[in-house]
Design a protein around this ligand. Structure first.
Ligand code: GLU
Length: 449
């Protein structure tokens, strides 16, 4: 990893590098406020540096399939509501499409397209034999009853069932979906398809229904595995470092828990309900229990934990070594980036920063470990779950953790190597590490006919 002086001279993936002629050929605007175009711009920038053949750049700049469905669901009050769902299949050169299903009020086509492209890159960077996909239903799962949630899930599966399958496209959990949702998903698919025993159609299932040990914590574990590899480069260890975590859902809470288990101090956490701080490190086990019972962390300061409540601005300004954004996309705007007081950012969420936010951070010499590397632990253990389902096997936790660590460490080294070889920022380096594999596979497969 280079010093801050080196970083200041590194070009960041923003509007200025949306220079690829692919944008004009496909009639895409150079709009850096659009998350899909941002991601494609950064990917094409890396592809140019790696000299990926032009026709492969064209293929990767658009998803293969964009599926949009509408379906009615009976609500508890006896009325029917119409829901909109998406499944975008970005690329399957390396294997079946793979990626989560998100239930959120702001799900839209461009985000799902962007996230599906990130999945293609993630799977390739960690060298698992999957392509990239993503899906979602525009709904607020917190406002649905358990029964409504189940009916939304089952009807969504019916709508997309012809397009998915254990050899074709394998969904998984994402924001707003849980292992229970995946259990309903698998059950519905098995009821309506010809395949009565196909748990591998979806990953992130409960362990008793074909889920893998270690899948729940996998994304958070992957962040920690990458940090273990990268922290020494800036002269830190877990035990000597402090961090703050944005988001306290599955990924944020596991990352925080594992960070503190390694001896690090998690000084500040913020979620959608509030923010809390402790200068000597928060008690993450207590915070996790509290957040489960109270559906958020607000009010934790009233427990005898020694934590104090802080404002959003104070949260972003806390001086820490590592900042872990583990919430939604595009939350780190330029204004938030200017407040941050850290040395290293580990992106546990997908695309957590805007281009202006990212540019400001790079100019200040803050190192950014990109999402396609840091957040790839979840899909990696999803791959292990799929392998176990296909082979009718159950791996123990030690094997899952060891294999995950191996994939994450190799992906981190691949990224560092590309960074040194091409003199680029970490994000571009990670894209290069991913594109090397995809370009090679296209080269040997060729383009049909
Ligand atoms: N939704 C997760 C992600 O964005 C996991 C995807 C999967 O396990 O397929 O990486």
């Amino acid at each position: 990893m280079s010093t801050s002086t080196d970083n200041a001279s590194i070009v960041s993936p923003t509007t200025e590098i949306m220079t690829s002629t692919v944008f004009d050929e496909l009639g895409l605007e150079r709009d850096s406020d659009n998350i899909y175009l941002q991601i494609i711009g950064a990917m094409l920038h890396a592809a140019e540096i790696l000299e990926v053949p032009h026709h492969i750049q064209l293929i990767l700049a658009q998803p293969k399939n964009e599926i949009m469905v509408h379906f009615p669901v009976l609500m508890d009050n006896g009325n029917y509501a119409l829901f909109k769902g998406y499944r975008v299949q970005h690329n399957n050169a390396l294997g079946p499409y793979k990626g989560g299903i998100r239930f959120h009020p702001h799900v839209g086509l461009d985000d799902v397209k962007a996230l599906s492209a990130l999945m293609t890159m993630k799977c390739s960077l960690v060298r698992i034999p999957f392509g990239g996909g993503k899906g979602g239903v525009k709904c607020d799962p917190r406002a649905l009853s358990e029964d409504e949630l189940m009916r939304v899930t089952r009807r969504f599966v019916c709508a997309i069932a012809p397009q998915i399958g254990p050899d074709d496209d394998i969904p998984a959990p994402d924001v707003g979906t849980t292992s229970q949702v995946m259990a309903w998903f698998a059950d519905t698919y098995m009821q309506i398809s010809e395949q009565t025993n196909a748990p591998a159609v979806v990953t992130g299932k409960p362990v008793e229904f074909g889920g893998s040990l270690g899948r729940d914590k996998a994304t958070g574990q992957g962040v920690i595995d990458v940090l273990a590899e990268m922290l020494p480069d800036i002269g830190l260890t877990f035990a000597s470092s402090t961090c703050s975590v944005l988001g306290f859902g599955n990924v944020g809470s596991w990352a925080a828990k594992l960070y503190s288990e390694r001896g690090g101090k998690v000084c500040a956490v913020m979620d959608h309900t509030g923010a809390v701080y402790h200068k000597d490190g928060l008690d993450i086990t207590a915070l996790d229990e509290y957040a489960r019972d109270h559906h958020g962390i607000a009010g934790f300061e009233k427990t005898p934990s020694g934590a104090e409540a802080i404002t959003e601005e104070q949260f972003y300004s806390v001086k820490v070594d590592v900042f872990i954004p583990a919430a939604l996309e595009q939350m780190i705007t330029k204004e938030k980036a200017d407040l941050l007081n850290c040395k290293l950012i580990a992106e546990a969420a997908n695309a957590p920063m805007t281009p202006r936010g990212e540019r400001a951070l790079i100019a200040r010499g803050i190192e950014i470990l990109p999402a396609i590397l840091c957040s790839a632990g979840g899909v990696t253990v999803s791959y292990f779950e799929w392998v176990q389902n296909r082979a009718n096997q159950y791996w123990d936790l030690e094997k899952v953790d060891d294999e995950l660590n191996r994939h994450m460490v190799l992906a981190a080294r691949r990224t560092q190597l590309a960074r040194h070889r091409f003199g680029v920022d970490m994000r571009t380096a990670a894209y290069i590490g991913a594109l090397e594999q995809i370009a090679q596979v296209y080269k040997v497969r060729g383009i049909f006919p």
